[in-house]
Design a binder for this molecule. Sequence first.
Ligand code: NAP
Length: 500
Amino acid sequence: MIKGKNIVGYSESALGSTTFKTFNPKENVANDAIIFEATAEEIDRACNLASKAFKIYRNTPGIKRAAFLNAIADEILALGNNLLDCYVLESGLPKGRAEGERERTIGQLRMFAKLVETEDWREPSHKSEGGSTKKMLIPIGPIAVFGASNFPLAYSTAGGDTASALAAGNPVIVKSHPMHAQTGELIASAIVNAAHKTGMPEGVFSNLNSNGIEVGTQLVLNPNIKAVGFTGSLNGGRALYDLAATREEPIPVFAEMGSINPVVITQKALQTRTPEIANMYADSITMGVGQFCTNPGLIIVLESDLTNSFVELLGEKLAKIPSFCMLHPNIHREYTSNKNLLSSQETVILVNEAEPPTKTNAAQARLVMTKGSSFLKNITLHQEVFGPFSMVVQYKDEDQLIRIIEKIEGQLTGTIIAEKSDYANISPVFEALQERVGRVVFNGVPTGVEVCDAMTHGGPYPASSDSRFTAVGPNAIRRWVRPISYQNVPEILLPEILRG
Ligand code: NAP
Protein backbone atom coordinates (compact mmCIF):
# COMPACT_ATOMS: atom_id res chain seq x y z
CA MET A 1 0.00 0.00 0.00
CA ILE A 2 1.22 3.52 -0.80
CA LYS A 3 1.75 5.61 2.33
CA GLY A 4 2.80 8.82 0.64
CA LYS A 5 5.51 9.43 3.22
CA ASN A 6 9.06 10.57 2.72
CA ILE A 7 11.80 8.09 3.46
CA VAL A 8 14.46 9.74 5.57
CA GLY A 9 17.25 7.27 6.26
CA TYR A 10 15.55 4.23 7.71
CA SER A 11 12.38 6.06 8.84
CA GLU A 12 9.15 6.95 7.12
CA SER A 13 8.32 10.57 7.75
CA ALA A 14 5.38 12.88 7.10
CA LEU A 15 5.93 15.94 9.26
CA GLY A 16 4.45 18.46 6.86
CA SER A 17 0.93 19.47 5.98
CA THR A 18 1.47 20.16 2.26
CA THR A 19 0.20 17.24 0.23
CA PHE A 20 -0.47 16.38 -3.39
CA LYS A 21 -1.70 13.50 -5.54
CA THR A 22 -0.33 11.97 -8.70
CA PHE A 23 -2.49 11.75 -11.81
CA ASN A 24 -3.78 8.99 -14.06
CA PRO A 25 -3.59 10.57 -17.53
CA LYS A 26 -5.52 7.79 -19.24
CA GLU A 27 -8.54 8.06 -16.98
CA ASN A 28 -7.98 11.79 -16.48
CA VAL A 29 -8.41 11.48 -12.71
CA ALA A 30 -6.17 12.01 -9.72
CA ASN A 31 -4.80 8.85 -8.10
CA ASP A 32 -6.00 8.08 -4.57
CA ALA A 33 -2.85 8.18 -2.45
CA ILE A 34 -2.01 11.38 -0.61
CA ILE A 35 1.66 12.29 -0.90
CA PHE A 36 3.35 14.39 1.79
CA GLU A 37 5.87 16.99 0.67
CA ALA A 38 9.15 16.94 2.58
CA THR A 39 9.62 19.73 5.11
CA ALA A 40 12.80 21.74 5.67
CA GLU A 41 13.41 19.63 8.78
CA GLU A 42 13.12 16.37 6.83
CA ILE A 43 15.46 17.65 4.11
CA ASP A 44 18.05 18.64 6.72
CA ARG A 45 17.74 15.31 8.46
CA ALA A 46 18.20 13.37 5.21
CA CYS A 47 21.30 15.44 4.40
CA ASN A 48 22.80 15.03 7.88
CA LEU A 49 22.21 11.28 7.80
CA ALA A 50 23.76 11.09 4.34
CA SER A 51 26.81 12.97 5.53
CA LYS A 52 27.24 10.60 8.48
CA ALA A 53 26.61 7.56 6.30
CA PHE A 54 29.28 8.73 3.86
CA LYS A 55 32.00 8.27 6.48
CA ILE A 56 31.13 4.57 6.64
CA TYR A 57 29.87 3.95 3.13
CA ARG A 58 32.91 5.40 1.34
CA ASN A 59 35.03 2.73 3.06
CA THR A 60 32.53 -0.10 2.57
CA PRO A 61 34.34 -2.66 0.36
CA GLY A 62 33.29 -2.83 -3.30
CA ILE A 63 32.09 -6.40 -2.90
CA LYS A 64 29.59 -5.24 -0.25
CA ARG A 65 28.40 -2.25 -2.29
CA ALA A 66 27.92 -4.69 -5.17
CA ALA A 67 25.82 -6.92 -2.91
CA PHE A 68 23.72 -3.86 -1.98
CA LEU A 69 23.12 -2.98 -5.66
CA ASN A 70 22.23 -6.57 -6.53
CA ALA A 71 19.87 -6.68 -3.55
CA ILE A 72 18.14 -3.50 -4.82
CA ALA A 73 17.61 -5.23 -8.17
CA ASP A 74 16.18 -8.31 -6.39
CA GLU A 75 13.87 -6.18 -4.24
CA ILE A 76 12.61 -4.29 -7.30
CA LEU A 77 11.78 -7.59 -9.00
CA ALA A 78 10.05 -8.74 -5.81
CA LEU A 79 7.65 -5.77 -6.09
CA GLY A 80 6.14 -7.71 -9.01
CA ASN A 81 2.93 -6.50 -10.59
CA ASN A 82 2.38 -3.92 -7.88
CA LEU A 83 5.20 -1.88 -9.35
CA LEU A 84 4.11 -2.37 -12.96
CA ASP A 85 0.50 -1.44 -12.18
CA CYS A 86 1.58 1.68 -10.30
CA TYR A 87 3.87 2.71 -13.19
CA VAL A 88 1.01 2.34 -15.68
CA LEU A 89 -1.40 4.20 -13.40
CA GLU A 90 0.92 7.20 -13.05
CA SER A 91 2.37 7.42 -16.56
CA GLY A 92 -0.32 6.21 -18.96
CA LEU A 93 2.44 4.14 -20.61
CA PRO A 94 1.69 0.50 -21.52
CA LYS A 95 2.62 -2.41 -19.26
CA GLY A 96 5.12 -3.73 -21.82
CA ARG A 97 7.05 -0.49 -21.57
CA ALA A 98 7.01 -0.76 -17.76
CA GLU A 99 8.45 -4.26 -18.01
CA GLY A 100 11.14 -3.15 -20.46
CA GLU A 101 12.13 -0.21 -18.30
CA ARG A 102 12.24 -2.39 -15.20
CA GLU A 103 14.56 -4.79 -17.01
CA ARG A 104 16.83 -1.93 -18.00
CA THR A 105 16.86 -0.55 -14.45
CA ILE A 106 17.78 -3.94 -13.02
CA GLY A 107 20.40 -4.42 -15.73
CA GLN A 108 22.00 -1.07 -14.83
CA LEU A 109 22.11 -1.93 -11.12
CA ARG A 110 23.74 -5.29 -11.85
CA MET A 111 26.16 -3.70 -14.32
CA PHE A 112 27.42 -1.25 -11.67
CA ALA A 113 27.55 -4.08 -9.11
CA LYS A 114 29.86 -6.01 -11.42
CA LEU A 115 31.95 -2.92 -12.09
CA VAL A 116 32.73 -2.27 -8.43
CA GLU A 117 33.28 -5.91 -7.40
CA THR A 118 36.90 -5.29 -8.33
CA GLU A 119 38.80 -2.03 -7.82
CA ASP A 120 39.98 -1.48 -11.43
CA TRP A 121 37.35 1.23 -11.97
CA ARG A 122 39.30 3.40 -9.51
CA GLU A 123 42.08 3.63 -12.11
CA PRO A 124 44.86 3.02 -9.56
CA SER A 125 48.17 4.52 -10.70
CA HIS A 126 51.68 3.89 -9.40
CA LYS A 127 53.30 5.86 -12.21
CA SER A 128 55.71 8.27 -10.57
CA GLU A 129 59.48 8.57 -11.11
CA GLY A 130 60.50 7.68 -7.57
CA GLY A 131 57.47 5.45 -6.96
CA SER A 132 56.42 7.55 -3.98
CA THR A 133 53.26 9.10 -5.51
CA LYS A 134 50.18 7.02 -6.15
CA LYS A 135 46.68 7.90 -7.34
CA MET A 136 43.14 6.54 -7.49
CA LEU A 137 39.52 7.66 -7.67
CA ILE A 138 37.42 8.17 -4.54
CA PRO A 139 33.73 9.10 -4.03
CA ILE A 140 32.85 12.77 -3.49
CA GLY A 141 29.99 12.65 -0.97
CA PRO A 142 26.18 12.74 -0.81
CA ILE A 143 24.52 13.16 -4.20
CA ALA A 144 21.10 14.73 -4.89
CA VAL A 145 19.29 12.96 -7.75
CA PHE A 146 16.40 14.46 -9.76
CA GLY A 147 14.64 11.99 -12.05
CA ALA A 148 12.65 12.75 -15.21
CA SER A 149 8.94 12.38 -15.87
CA ASN A 150 9.42 10.17 -18.92
CA PHE A 151 11.47 7.39 -17.32
CA PRO A 152 9.80 6.56 -13.98
CA LEU A 153 12.27 3.71 -13.47
CA ALA A 154 15.43 3.89 -15.60
CA TYR A 155 16.14 7.62 -15.04
CA SER A 156 14.51 8.02 -11.65
CA THR A 157 14.63 6.71 -8.06
CA ALA A 158 16.90 3.69 -8.71
CA GLY A 159 17.90 4.77 -12.22
CA GLY A 160 21.34 5.26 -13.70
CA ASP A 161 22.28 8.28 -11.55
CA THR A 162 21.40 6.57 -8.27
CA ALA A 163 22.99 3.26 -9.28
CA SER A 164 26.26 4.86 -10.41
CA ALA A 165 26.49 7.18 -7.38
CA LEU A 166 25.85 4.34 -4.91
CA ALA A 167 28.30 2.10 -6.77
CA ALA A 168 31.07 4.67 -6.33
CA GLY A 169 30.48 4.87 -2.55
CA ASN A 170 28.24 7.98 -2.31
CA PRO A 171 24.97 8.17 -0.36
CA VAL A 172 22.03 9.35 -2.48
CA ILE A 173 19.04 11.57 -1.73
CA VAL A 174 16.38 11.40 -4.42
CA LYS A 175 14.02 14.31 -5.06
CA SER A 176 11.12 12.18 -6.23
CA HIS A 177 9.39 13.23 -9.46
CA PRO A 178 5.91 14.57 -8.61
CA MET A 179 4.31 12.83 -11.59
CA HIS A 180 5.28 9.36 -10.35
CA ALA A 181 5.71 9.73 -6.60
CA GLN A 182 3.93 6.43 -5.89
CA THR A 183 6.20 4.46 -8.20
CA GLY A 184 9.07 6.34 -6.57
CA GLU A 185 7.92 5.27 -3.12
CA LEU A 186 7.79 1.59 -4.13
CA ILE A 187 11.30 1.76 -5.55
CA ALA A 188 12.56 3.70 -2.52
CA SER A 189 11.17 1.00 -0.23
CA ALA A 190 13.02 -1.61 -2.30
CA ILE A 191 16.28 0.33 -1.85
CA VAL A 192 15.72 0.65 1.91
CA ASN A 193 14.94 -3.09 2.23
CA ALA A 194 18.12 -3.87 0.32
CA ALA A 195 20.13 -1.48 2.52
CA HIS A 196 18.80 -3.22 5.65
CA LYS A 197 19.46 -6.70 4.32
CA THR A 198 23.03 -5.92 3.28
CA GLY A 199 23.90 -3.93 6.42
CA MET A 200 24.34 -0.47 4.87
CA PRO A 201 24.55 2.56 7.17
CA GLU A 202 21.39 4.58 7.80
CA GLY A 203 21.30 7.58 5.46
CA VAL A 204 22.88 5.80 2.51
CA PHE A 205 19.57 6.56 0.79
CA SER A 206 16.61 8.88 1.32
CA ASN A 207 13.60 9.74 -0.83
CA LEU A 208 11.94 13.16 -0.59
CA ASN A 209 8.59 14.08 -2.12
CA SER A 210 7.59 17.42 -3.56
CA ASN A 211 5.38 19.01 -6.14
CA GLY A 212 7.23 22.26 -6.67
CA ILE A 213 10.73 23.62 -6.70
CA GLU A 214 11.20 24.37 -2.96
CA VAL A 215 12.39 20.92 -1.85
CA GLY A 216 14.85 20.57 -4.75
CA THR A 217 16.13 24.09 -4.14
CA GLN A 218 16.79 23.44 -0.46
CA LEU A 219 18.40 20.12 -1.22
CA VAL A 220 20.85 21.60 -3.72
CA LEU A 221 21.72 24.43 -1.31
CA ASN A 222 22.37 22.07 1.62
CA PRO A 223 26.11 22.11 2.38
CA ASN A 224 26.19 18.33 2.90
CA ILE A 225 25.28 17.73 -0.76
CA LYS A 226 28.40 17.42 -2.92
CA ALA A 227 26.98 16.95 -6.45
CA VAL A 228 23.68 16.83 -8.32
CA GLY A 229 22.40 14.43 -10.96
CA PHE A 230 19.47 15.77 -12.98
CA THR A 231 17.45 14.43 -15.91
CA GLY A 232 14.74 16.69 -17.24
CA SER A 233 14.02 19.95 -18.97
CA LEU A 234 16.52 22.64 -19.94
CA ASN A 235 14.77 25.14 -17.65
CA GLY A 236 14.99 22.83 -14.64
CA GLY A 237 18.55 21.71 -15.27
CA ARG A 238 19.81 25.23 -15.88
CA ALA A 239 18.04 26.56 -12.76
CA LEU A 240 19.69 23.91 -10.58
CA TYR A 241 23.07 24.46 -12.24
CA ASP A 242 22.89 28.20 -11.53
CA LEU A 243 21.70 27.57 -7.98
CA ALA A 244 24.62 25.22 -7.26
CA ALA A 245 27.01 27.90 -8.47
CA THR A 246 25.64 30.40 -5.92
CA ARG A 247 26.60 28.20 -2.96
CA GLU A 248 29.53 29.16 -0.79
CA GLU A 249 31.00 25.85 -1.93
CA PRO A 250 29.86 25.47 -5.56
CA ILE A 251 29.20 21.88 -6.57
CA PRO A 252 28.98 20.11 -9.94
CA VAL A 253 25.55 19.58 -11.49
CA PHE A 254 25.40 16.84 -14.09
CA ALA A 255 22.24 17.76 -15.94
CA GLU A 256 20.96 15.71 -18.88
CA MET A 257 18.47 17.93 -20.66
CA GLY A 258 16.47 18.15 -23.86
CA SER A 259 17.63 17.69 -27.44
CA ILE A 260 16.17 17.88 -30.96
CA ASN A 261 18.52 15.24 -32.39
CA PRO A 262 19.14 16.38 -35.99
CA VAL A 263 18.99 13.83 -38.80
CA VAL A 264 20.65 14.50 -42.17
CA ILE A 265 19.40 12.40 -45.09
CA THR A 266 21.24 12.31 -48.41
CA GLN A 267 19.54 12.33 -51.79
CA LYS A 268 21.14 9.01 -52.69
CA ALA A 269 19.60 7.43 -49.59
CA LEU A 270 16.21 8.81 -50.61
CA GLN A 271 16.70 7.52 -54.18
CA THR A 272 17.29 3.97 -52.96
CA ARG A 273 15.03 3.64 -49.91
CA THR A 274 12.49 6.42 -49.39
CA PRO A 275 9.73 4.05 -48.11
CA GLU A 276 12.08 2.34 -45.65
CA ILE A 277 13.34 5.65 -44.24
CA ALA A 278 9.82 7.07 -44.01
CA ASN A 279 8.62 4.00 -42.06
CA MET A 280 11.62 4.01 -39.78
CA TYR A 281 11.23 7.71 -38.95
CA ALA A 282 7.45 7.71 -38.54
CA ASP A 283 7.99 5.01 -35.91
CA SER A 284 10.91 6.79 -34.25
CA ILE A 285 9.10 10.17 -34.03
CA THR A 286 6.03 8.61 -32.42
CA MET A 287 7.77 5.98 -30.27
CA GLY A 288 6.80 6.40 -26.59
CA VAL A 289 4.44 9.19 -27.79
CA GLY A 290 7.56 11.12 -28.76
CA GLN A 291 8.46 11.49 -25.09
CA PHE A 292 12.14 10.63 -25.42
CA CYS A 293 15.11 12.96 -25.11
CA THR A 294 16.49 11.24 -28.23
CA ASN A 295 13.35 11.88 -30.30
CA PRO A 296 14.27 13.00 -33.86
CA GLY A 297 12.83 16.51 -33.90
CA LEU A 298 14.75 17.89 -36.88
CA ILE A 299 15.19 16.28 -40.31
CA ILE A 300 17.54 18.10 -42.66
CA VAL A 301 17.35 17.37 -46.41
CA LEU A 302 18.22 19.05 -49.70
CA GLU A 303 15.43 21.01 -51.44
CA SER A 304 14.31 18.73 -54.29
CA ASP A 305 11.34 16.90 -55.81
CA LEU A 306 12.66 13.69 -54.30
CA THR A 307 12.66 15.31 -50.87
CA ASN A 308 9.10 16.51 -51.39
CA SER A 309 7.97 12.94 -52.15
CA PHE A 310 9.80 11.67 -49.05
CA VAL A 311 8.28 14.33 -46.82
CA GLU A 312 4.82 13.60 -48.15
CA LEU A 313 5.24 9.88 -47.46
CA LEU A 314 6.69 10.47 -43.99
CA GLY A 315 3.72 12.72 -43.20
CA GLU A 316 1.26 10.07 -44.41
CA LYS A 317 2.89 7.33 -42.33
CA LEU A 318 3.06 9.54 -39.26
CA ALA A 319 -0.60 10.50 -39.57
CA LYS A 320 -1.65 6.83 -39.64
CA ILE A 321 0.02 5.90 -36.35
CA PRO A 322 -2.62 5.80 -33.59
CA SER A 323 -2.46 8.54 -30.97
CA PHE A 324 -1.59 7.58 -27.42
CA CYS A 325 -1.90 9.17 -24.04
CA MET A 326 0.90 11.47 -22.84
CA LEU A 327 2.44 11.25 -19.37
CA HIS A 328 0.42 14.03 -17.76
CA PRO A 329 -2.09 16.75 -18.73
CA ASN A 330 0.66 19.35 -18.14
CA ILE A 331 2.96 17.59 -20.62
CA HIS A 332 0.08 17.35 -23.09
CA ARG A 333 -0.63 21.06 -22.67
CA GLU A 334 3.05 21.99 -23.14
CA TYR A 335 3.27 19.73 -26.20
CA THR A 336 0.27 21.34 -27.81
CA SER A 337 1.40 24.87 -27.10
CA ASN A 338 5.04 24.32 -28.21
CA LYS A 339 3.94 22.47 -31.34
CA ASN A 340 1.61 25.33 -32.23
CA LEU A 341 4.28 27.93 -31.49
CA LEU A 342 6.71 26.35 -33.93
CA SER A 343 4.02 25.63 -36.51
CA SER A 344 2.84 29.24 -36.49
CA GLN A 345 6.25 30.73 -37.30
CA GLU A 346 6.58 32.49 -40.64
CA THR A 347 7.41 30.12 -43.55
CA VAL A 348 6.62 26.97 -41.52
CA ILE A 349 4.06 24.81 -43.30
CA LEU A 350 2.08 21.85 -42.05
CA VAL A 351 2.96 18.64 -43.90
CA ASN A 352 0.54 16.30 -42.17
CA GLU A 353 -0.84 15.35 -38.79
CA ALA A 354 -2.70 12.53 -37.11
CA GLU A 355 -6.48 12.61 -36.78
CA PRO A 356 -7.57 14.67 -33.75
CA PRO A 357 -7.45 12.16 -30.87
CA THR A 358 -10.70 11.17 -29.23
CA LYS A 359 -9.07 10.11 -25.96
CA THR A 360 -8.08 12.55 -23.22
CA ASN A 361 -4.45 13.59 -23.03
CA ALA A 362 -3.64 11.76 -26.28
CA ALA A 363 -1.06 13.51 -28.48
CA GLN A 364 -1.79 14.43 -32.08
CA ALA A 365 1.45 13.75 -34.00
CA ARG A 366 2.50 16.46 -36.44
CA LEU A 367 5.12 16.96 -39.16
CA VAL A 368 5.97 20.46 -40.38
CA MET A 369 8.45 21.82 -42.88
CA THR A 370 10.47 24.99 -43.42
CA LYS A 371 13.38 26.30 -45.44
CA GLY A 372 17.03 26.36 -44.40
CA SER A 373 17.17 30.17 -44.59
CA SER A 374 14.19 30.49 -42.20
CA PHE A 375 15.70 28.00 -39.77
CA LEU A 376 18.96 29.98 -39.74
CA LYS A 377 17.14 33.23 -39.01
CA ASN A 378 14.65 32.12 -36.36
CA ILE A 379 15.92 30.39 -33.22
CA THR A 380 12.38 29.64 -32.04
CA LEU A 381 12.53 26.86 -34.63
CA HIS A 382 15.46 25.29 -32.76
CA GLN A 383 13.40 24.54 -29.61
CA GLU A 384 12.62 21.05 -28.38
CA VAL A 385 8.94 20.09 -28.72
CA PHE A 386 8.60 17.23 -26.23
CA GLY A 387 6.21 14.85 -27.98
CA PRO A 388 5.52 13.26 -31.41
CA PHE A 389 6.53 16.25 -33.49
CA SER A 390 9.25 16.75 -36.07
CA MET A 391 10.32 19.51 -38.43
CA VAL A 392 11.83 19.00 -41.87
CA VAL A 393 14.30 21.70 -42.89
CA GLN A 394 15.08 21.89 -46.60
CA TYR A 395 18.53 23.31 -47.30
CA LYS A 396 19.58 24.76 -50.65
CA ASP A 397 23.25 23.71 -50.85
CA GLU A 398 25.95 22.05 -48.78
CA ASP A 399 27.26 25.37 -47.51
CA GLN A 400 23.84 26.10 -46.01
CA LEU A 401 23.64 22.57 -44.57
CA ILE A 402 26.92 23.06 -42.70
CA ARG A 403 25.76 26.47 -41.44
CA ILE A 404 22.55 24.90 -40.16
CA ILE A 405 24.43 22.19 -38.28
CA GLU A 406 26.86 24.73 -36.84
CA LYS A 407 24.00 26.96 -35.68
CA ILE A 408 22.15 24.20 -33.78
CA GLU A 409 22.78 24.06 -30.04
CA GLY A 410 24.53 21.06 -28.47
CA GLN A 411 22.67 17.78 -28.96
CA LEU A 412 22.59 14.29 -27.50
CA THR A 413 22.69 12.72 -30.96
CA GLY A 414 23.17 13.50 -34.64
CA THR A 415 22.21 11.03 -37.37
CA ILE A 416 23.32 10.61 -40.98
CA ILE A 417 21.30 8.49 -43.38
CA ALA A 418 23.50 7.87 -46.40
CA GLU A 419 24.54 5.32 -49.04
CA LYS A 420 28.03 3.82 -49.28
CA SER A 421 28.65 5.92 -52.39
CA ASP A 422 28.08 9.07 -50.24
CA TYR A 423 30.77 8.19 -47.71
CA ALA A 424 33.74 9.63 -49.62
CA ASN A 425 32.11 13.10 -49.72
CA ILE A 426 30.30 13.21 -46.43
CA SER A 427 33.24 14.11 -44.24
CA PRO A 428 32.44 17.88 -43.87
CA VAL A 429 28.89 17.05 -42.71
CA PHE A 430 30.19 14.33 -40.40
CA GLU A 431 32.80 16.69 -38.93
CA ALA A 432 30.28 19.49 -38.38
CA LEU A 433 27.80 17.13 -36.74
CA GLN A 434 30.47 15.56 -34.53
CA GLU A 435 31.18 19.02 -33.06
CA ARG A 436 27.56 19.43 -31.95
CA VAL A 437 26.66 16.01 -30.48
CA GLY A 438 27.54 13.29 -27.97
CA ARG A 439 26.66 10.37 -30.28
CA VAL A 440 26.75 10.09 -34.07
CA VAL A 441 24.38 7.53 -35.56
CA PHE A 442 24.73 6.18 -39.09
CA ASN A 443 21.79 4.70 -40.97
CA GLY A 444 19.61 4.20 -37.93
CA VAL A 445 17.41 6.15 -35.53
CA PRO A 446 18.53 8.06 -32.42
CA THR A 447 15.79 6.62 -30.18
CA GLY A 448 17.00 3.65 -28.15
CA VAL A 449 20.11 4.09 -26.00
CA GLU A 450 22.18 0.96 -25.44
CA VAL A 451 23.58 0.61 -21.92
CA CYS A 452 27.21 -0.29 -22.70
CA ASP A 453 30.79 0.79 -22.15
CA ALA A 454 30.97 2.53 -25.54
CA MET A 455 27.85 4.66 -24.96
CA THR A 456 28.00 8.45 -24.55
CA HIS A 457 24.67 9.80 -23.40
CA GLY A 458 25.35 13.49 -23.03
CA GLY A 459 26.65 16.15 -25.35
CA PRO A 460 27.63 19.81 -25.64
CA TYR A 461 25.43 22.26 -23.71
CA PRO A 462 22.44 22.34 -23.51
CA ALA A 463 22.11 18.60 -24.21
CA SER A 464 24.04 18.21 -20.97
CA SER A 465 25.74 20.56 -18.56
CA ASP A 466 29.11 18.82 -18.94
CA SER A 467 29.87 17.11 -22.25
CA ARG A 468 32.89 15.29 -20.81
CA PHE A 469 30.66 12.76 -19.10
CA THR A 470 27.99 10.22 -19.95
CA ALA A 471 24.81 9.48 -17.97
CA VAL A 472 24.47 5.97 -19.44
CA GLY A 473 26.83 3.01 -19.25
CA PRO A 474 29.53 2.13 -16.72
CA ASN A 475 31.45 5.38 -17.34
CA ALA A 476 28.57 7.29 -15.72
CA ILE A 477 30.33 6.49 -12.42
CA ARG A 478 33.03 9.06 -13.26
CA ARG A 479 30.66 11.92 -12.45
CA TRP A 480 30.68 11.02 -8.77
CA VAL A 481 34.38 10.57 -8.05
CA ARG A 482 37.52 12.64 -7.78
CA PRO A 483 41.16 11.68 -8.17
CA ILE A 484 43.37 11.74 -5.08
CA SER A 485 47.15 11.44 -4.96
CA TYR A 486 49.07 9.91 -2.09
CA GLN A 487 52.68 11.07 -1.86
CA ASN A 488 55.03 9.21 0.45
CA VAL A 489 52.05 7.92 2.42
CA PRO A 490 52.97 4.94 4.67
CA GLU A 491 51.76 1.60 3.30
CA ILE A 492 49.64 0.93 6.34
CA LEU A 493 47.52 4.02 5.62
CA LEU A 494 47.21 3.43 1.88
CA PRO A 495 44.12 1.78 0.38
CA GLU A 496 44.91 -1.87 -0.32
CA ILE A 497 44.99 -1.49 -4.12
CA LEU A 498 47.80 1.07 -3.90
CA ARG A 499 50.06 -0.94 -1.61
CA GLY A 500 53.22 -2.63 -2.81
P1 NAP B 1 11.45 18.82 -15.44
O1 NAP B 1 10.15 19.50 -15.48
O2 NAP B 1 12.68 19.64 -15.61
O3 NAP B 1 11.50 18.04 -14.03
C1 NAP B 1 12.59 17.21 -13.63
C2 NAP B 1 12.73 17.25 -12.12
O4 NAP B 1 13.38 18.47 -11.75
C3 NAP B 1 11.44 17.23 -11.33
O5 NAP B 1 11.64 16.48 -10.15
C4 NAP B 1 11.18 18.69 -11.02
O6 NAP B 1 10.46 18.80 -9.81
C5 NAP B 1 12.59 19.21 -10.82
N1 NAP B 1 12.74 20.63 -11.14
C6 NAP B 1 12.45 21.21 -12.34
N2 NAP B 1 12.75 22.52 -12.31
C7 NAP B 1 13.25 22.77 -11.07
C8 NAP B 1 13.75 23.95 -10.43
N3 NAP B 1 13.78 25.12 -11.05
N4 NAP B 1 14.20 23.84 -9.16
C9 NAP B 1 14.14 22.66 -8.51
N5 NAP B 1 13.67 21.52 -9.07
C10 NAP B 1 13.24 21.57 -10.33
O7 NAP B 1 11.54 17.69 -16.58
P2 NAP B 1 10.44 16.61 -17.01
O8 NAP B 1 9.31 17.31 -17.68
O9 NAP B 1 10.12 15.77 -15.88
O10 NAP B 1 11.19 15.76 -18.14
C11 NAP B 1 11.06 16.01 -19.54
C12 NAP B 1 12.34 16.60 -20.13
O11 NAP B 1 13.43 15.75 -19.80
C13 NAP B 1 12.38 16.70 -21.64
O12 NAP B 1 12.90 17.95 -22.02
C14 NAP B 1 13.34 15.59 -22.07
O13 NAP B 1 13.97 15.81 -23.30
C15 NAP B 1 14.27 15.57 -20.92
N6 NAP B 1 14.94 14.30 -20.76
C16 NAP B 1 16.31 14.23 -20.93
C17 NAP B 1 16.96 13.02 -20.81
C18 NAP B 1 18.45 12.92 -21.01
O14 NAP B 1 19.02 11.91 -20.67
N7 NAP B 1 19.10 13.90 -21.54
C19 NAP B 1 16.24 11.85 -20.50
C20 NAP B 1 14.86 11.96 -20.32
C21 NAP B 1 14.23 13.20 -20.44
P3 NAP B 1 9.13 19.68 -9.69
O15 NAP B 1 8.27 19.32 -10.86
O16 NAP B 1 8.57 19.28 -8.37
O17 NAP B 1 9.60 21.10 -9.71
